[in-house]
Write a new protein. Structure first.
Length: 114
């Protein structure tokens, strides 16, 4: 039993062709921006914006991630939580020593005096 009708397949193929054309256009834009010779920070910003746009088009359409919103948002939430842990965990481990003088052992003090 076939679940997709001919019209659904044609619609999907048209979508793939549109995204393929958009990727081609963004590739041309990438080459054109490279010829302009922007200052480095601006060039990096523009390159990242173009790469992010192309990557999101490929991921959402060709990899069918646009149909997996719940899993994508869950993965993004896990990334944010992991990022916050990596950033703030060191603050919790050294937070109780802030403002206290650091005692230097005798051997380290003698070595520093040389």
């Amino acid at each position: 039993m076939q679940s997709d009708s001919v019209d659904d397949v044609k619609k999907a193929v048209r979508g793939y062709l549109k995204i393929g054309a958009a990727l081609y256009v963004f590739t041309v834009i990438t080459v054109a921006v490279n010829q302009v010779h922007l200052v480095v920070p601006l060039a990096i910003t523009v390159a990242l914006i173009i790469a992010l746009t192309k990557g999101s088009m490929v991921a959402s359409v060709f990899m069918h991630l646009s149909h997996e919103k719940k899993w994508i948002y869950g993965s993004l939430l896990m990334c944010v939580v992991g990022f916050l842990l990596v950033i703030f965990l060191p603050l919790f481990t050294i937070g109780n020593t802030i403002g206290k003088p650091i005692e230097v052992t005798r051997g380290a003090a003698e070595h520093a005096a040389r």
